[in-house]
Design a protein around this ligand. Structure first.
Ligand code: SF4
Length: 477
């Protein structure tokens, strides 16, 4: 028997996914399509592919999933050995057609296309500077700011121009660029967002936000683009340049391990699946519970629940069945749409819950809008106790680096302490993994951004990005 319930979503929303291909002996757009398809979880609002054939750059983009935007009739005309692709979730800039990436502009040096993952915290200053210099902006996205700055930069080559403008970009930038005859890829010096490259099976190279996308198109020899590094790829030739000194400490986004990345991803030499199991194990040591069964909130919490159950010697089982055809859970970008939309659907497996003391493992609590509903579902299925364990610390601060977690006002951990959240969602007990234990589980002392937990931002955040409360509190340096 199962109970049926639909929920709106309460997850941090994805950033974006980027891909770049240099495939001298293949149709690059097809490879870009399949790699972007493998990154669909990083953004489901829009998709685009730009290709180059040595002379022109051609582009198709639109709103929707990769498979909706790219029918054969749209993909087939995109011919050439170079391609970049993007899957989008809007963080800066509204979810409108004009904000869909890649951006392609004509310059004195020929066509230029750009797509990026991340968020600039000084975008407003840079935008104003462009406007004062007479540039016409078509969108509200900071990706257009990047493209226009690069288009107007001085230098003898695109790599020189990128090296000139990149130090002016403060924040998270994992970037792919296409010109008529080459690919560039670069990562900000803090290393907020992942960017990996690998060797294509016959000839050429591919770059993508996650290793899973590269594996999908047969890549080997996968290597992380270093923070501050620029790759220049022409045909089968790949050159690496450290164009900005790596900032110390680095600021990789911890949420890639907690939730965002596919479990088959490897980032910072860590298997994401293994990292999630370790987070669950550490959670069990920090917040054990007397229980009969440990269940995950599927899908991203599954490895952590396995790790939690293993340490305590309590059986792991499924408690929820997710409707997998709905896809990932954060299709709508605005609160209004979130309220209207049915983003998620769970059934419970009451045979695994009835009469049992249940530990429910989840990866995060953001706004606190769905945890209570999940707890109600588990109780309705017959659980006698429900204990919730969360594989990260309370999220009490917004992200300014490309992850939509909501504002201070929306974050439940900014308003309530753990005992109050426990009351609010109706659990018998509630435990969050501490920052220290989280980093211990990842086996890292530093090199990660944990600002959404600690409020300690790795780069100064521009005041006009902040909410009223932040301005008054002056919490950002
Ligand atoms: S603030 Fe949080 S979500 Fe944003 S980059 Fe830092 S760790 Fe990631």
């Amino acid at each position: 028997m199962s109970d049926n319930f639909t929920l709106s979503d309460d997850r941090p929303s994805e950033e974006c996914g980027v891909v770049a291909i240099s495939a001298p002996d293949q149709v690059a757009s097809k490879l870009a399509f399949f790699a972007a398809y493998a990154l669909q979880h990083r953004g489901q609002e829009a998709a685009g592919i730009a290709v180059a054939d040595g002379r022109a750059v051609r582009l198709h983009k639109g709103q929707g999933l990769v498979s909706q935007v790219f029918k054969p009739s749209k993909l087939d005309p995109l011919v050439g050995p170079y391609a970049i692709a993007h899957t989008r979730y809007s963080t800066t800039g509204s979810n409108s057609e004009r904000n869909v990436q890649p951006y392609v502009v004509e310059t004195l040096e020929g066509p230029l296309g750009l797509a990026h993952n991340g968020n600039l915290v000084n975008a407003d200053d840079l935008r104003n500077e462009l406007l004062e210099n007479g540039a016409g902006l078509q969108s509200s996205s900071d990706s257009e700011v990047l493209a226009l700055m690069l288009a107007g930069a001085e230098g003898k080559s695109w790599e020189e121009r990128l090296a000139k403008v990149m130090p002016r970009w403060t924040g998270a930038v994992s970037l792919v660029v296409i010109t008529s005859n080459k690919i560039l890829a670069a990562r900000d010096p803090w290393g907020f967002r992942p960017l990996i490259y690998g060797k294509l099976p016959t000839a050429g190279w591919a770059v993508a936000s996650e290793t899973g996308a590269l594996e999908t198109i047969g890549c080997t020899d996968m290597t992380e683009v270093k923070p501050g590094e620029l790759l220049v790829i022409e045909g089968n030739d790949l050159r690496r340049h450290q164009i900005i000194e790596t900032k110390e400490p680095q600021a990789r986004c911890t949420f890639e391990h907690i939730y965002f990345a596919r479990p088959d991803a490897v980032w910072d030499d860590l298997s994401v699946h293994t990292a999630r199991q370790s987070l669950g194990e550490e959670l069990a040591r920090e917040h054990p519970a007397e229980a009969d069964v440990v269940i995950p909130v599927p899908d991203s919490s599954t490895p952590a629940a396995i790790g939690y159950a293993r340490v305590l010697g309590v059986p792991y089982n499924e408690g929820f069945v997710k409707n997998r055809y709905i896809g990932r859970t954060f299709i709508e970008p605005t609160d209004e749409l979130r309220k209207q939309g049915v983003a998620l659907k769970f059934n419970t497996l009451s045979e695994n819950l009835k009469g049992k003391r249940v530990v429910m493992v989840d990866d995060s609590i953001v706004r606190g809008t769905t945890s209570g509903q999940l707890v109600d579902l588990v109780r309705a299925a017959g659980a006698v106790e429900v204990h919730m364990r969360v594989t990260c610390p309370p999220i009490a601060h917004p992200c300014f680096f490309g992850v939509d977690m909501g504002s201070y006002e929306e974050l439940i951990a900014n308003k309530l302490g753990v005992p109050e959240i426990n009351d609010h969602i109706g659990t018998d007990s509630l435990g969050f993994l501490s920052v220290e234990r989280m980093m211990k589980a990842l086996g890292r002392d530093d090199g990660y951004c944990n600002a959404c937990f600690t409020g300690s931002y790795p780069v100064p955040v521009q005041l006009n990005l902040l909410t009223t409360k932040q301005r008054f509190d002056g919490v950002i340096e």
